[in-house]
Ligand binder design. Structure first.
Ligand code: ADP
Ligand code: MG
Length: 414
């Protein structure tokens, strides 16, 4: 499960202008951050978010990175005077790239596989930093990639910068992953020099977890078979935002086929993969109107199913609840695994320090029933006393700021 090990980071005195680029799923974000050192911290930040045109997710490396570099160029062009760059300096960038990478140094790493709906064959095996750098040169952006991280490492760095109790970061967005701070001597795989801090960060790539103890239904099996990466990222396919809605669709389709749940004919749109997106599922799940109006509208607008009865709508909500709860409870189980590994699932005599987990991602942020269930399950698993010592922190946009911080701490300038 461990695919990359990075030295632990972040003193607090980084300062100056740094950029970050966050590519992890459907959207990508470009940020600039003005760091003010130990006192000022993050003085100012600006960002822009762009959605990746779907055809670029399955195109070529040059096409994808040219698009990214062109958007970066546009954003740099809007840099105001207040984000002053020291004279004679080249701009520096932290690159958050949230796909499996075999990291070879702080600013290089080869793409191992794609996930989350991306599939760009000619990029596999390539150094993602040099792909980006070449595209920046083609687009006339003079910037150095100082750090390559993924969203979990960025969120962990950003989270720890804000709160020293943070020991792990979990992403629940389009996909899912986690990273945590480990004592270096507890990493048998590591044969290099031990860092001064005695700590290292482990990127778990937990989205790719699978186990015979992880029950898969026939819906999960079919979803996996028809995905762009069959056999891979099974945990991610059961719990993350890219897939939850599609699990619901598959169950509804089966109910339509075998129990005439929507009447005598099977609504044709139910057969379209990924047509029911997780934000639509969550809107239905959160519908609090007495006649479940939102469910009725979504059924009609998304699936072309008109005139659903209240009884039918109630079943749809219950189905959303089942699928979301399964994902949330499994996410909580993953977090418990990290806490256990760190010995934080019990309270030691006299220990005062709290344990905090930095969470980010659109699923966690917007799907309230999901996050409530996750937190409730964690409390259930840990028991009240231990749970009171664990803080779940929403590290909003931590991955971008964290990448800028890591770029700063690996700057070419002293
Ligand atoms: P990424 O994981 O692509 O970096 P985000 O962290 O912004 O991006 O997460 C986006 C994902 O979050 C979407 O793909 C979707 O699955 C999920 N999401 C966004 N909005 C909602 C919502 N309102 N309800 C449930 N899930 C949502
Ligand atoms: Mg992200």
């Amino acid at each position: 499960m461990i695919s990359l090990i990075l030295g632990s980071c972040c003193v607090m005195d980084e300062h100056g202008l740094f950029y970050a680029l966050d590519l992890g799923g459907t959207n990508f974000r470009v940020l600039r951050v003005l760091l003010g050192g130990r006192e000022g911290r993050v003085v100012k930040q600006e960002f822009t978010e762009v959605s990746i045109p779907p055809h670029l997710m399955i195109s070529t490396s040059n096409e994808l990175f040219d698009f990214i570099a062109a958007e970066l160029a546009k954003f740099v062009a809007t840099e105001g005077e207040d984000f002053h760059l020291s004279p004679g300096r080249q701009r520096e960038l932290g690159f958050t790239f949230s796909f499996p990478v075999k990291q070879t140094s702080i600013n290089s790493g080869n793409i191992m596989t794609w996930s989350k709906g991306f599939s760009i064959a000619d990029a596999v095996g390539q150094d993602v930093v040099s792909e980006l750098t070449k595209a920046m040169e083609r687009k006339g952006v003079d910037m150095r990639v100082a750090a390559l991280v993924n969203d979990t490492i960025g969120t962990l760095a950003g989270g720890k910068y804000d709160n020293n109790d943070v020991v792990a970061a979990v992403i629940l967005g389009t996909g899912t992953n986690a990273a945590y701070v480990e004592r270096a001597h507890a990493i048998p795989k590591w044969h290099g020099l031990l860092p001064k801090s005695g700590e290292m960060v482990i990127n778990m790539e937990w989205g790719n977890f699978r186990s015979s103890h992880l029950p898969m239904t026939e819906y999960d099996q079919a979803l996996d078979n028809e995905s762009l990466n069959p056999g891979d990222h099974i945990f991610e396919k059961i719990i993350s935002g890219m897939y939850l809605g599609d699990v619901v669709r598959r169950v509804l389709l089966r109910m339509a086929e075998e129990a005439a749940f929507f009447g005598d004919t099977v609504p044709p749109k139910l057969r379209i993969p990924l047509v029911l997106r997780t934000p639509d599922m969550s809107a239905m799940h959160h519908d609090s109107s007495p006649d479940l109006r939102v469910v009725g509208t979504k059924m009609k607008d998304v699936l072309g199913i008109t005139n659903t009865s209240l009884k039918t709508r109630k079943v749809v909500v219950e189905l959303c609840n089942i699928v979301a709860s399964r994902g949330a409870r499994l996410s909580a189980a993953g977090i418990l695994g990290i806490l256990k590994k760190l010995g934080k699932d019990t309270i030691k005599e006299g220990e005062k320090q709290k344990t905090a987990i930095a969470m980010d991602g659109g699923l966690y942020e917007h799907y309230t029933e999901f996050s409530k269930c996750l937190e409730g399950t964690l409390n259930e698993l840990l028991g009240e006393e231990v749970a009171n010592n664990i803080d779940i922190i929403h590290a909003n946009d931590g991955s971008g700021v964290g990448a800028a911080l890591l770029a700063a701490s690996h700057s070419q300038y002293p």
